[in-house]
Design a protein around this ligand. Sequence first.
Ligand SMILES: [Zn+2]
Length: 161
Amino acid sequence: MLTRRIFLTTTLAATSAAALPAWAASFEITRTPAEWKKLLTPAQFAVLRLEATEKPFSNSLKGESSPLLKEARKGTYDCAGCALPAYSSDTKYDSGTGWPSFYDAIPDAVRTKEDNTLFSKRTEVHCRRCGGHFGHIFSDGPKPTGKRHCLNGLALTFTPA
Ligand SMILES: [Zn+2]
């Protein structure tokens, strides 16, 4: 009986966890879409909350644009939703793709999930604290990680060091 009880408990736990996508399970900062709309610009809302992608090079969307592709100062790139420092200028590089690119995030600042849209398997990356969507991670980055964090400039704000 003991074995059976453990089995049932495990099954129930697995079922309830599956009701929510793992990445949306819990964030330190949670707001309703209406609350986010008040805090964010329309382009920030589209990227952070709806996973829209800004155009490359102009880094524009909905009449807004981000200057962060060409930003070259020392500093941090913070989540535009909750201001968590997410990326450092130390890991930024020019990938040639037209989006701000980094080979790594600040430790414990981001989380990822598998993204199977656009007919391919990609790794989506978002803010650890509020779940705001930043972009995707690809495996064609430079050393030492070999990763390319391909981000929307509109999802970030820059704080000079
Ligand atoms: Zn955030």
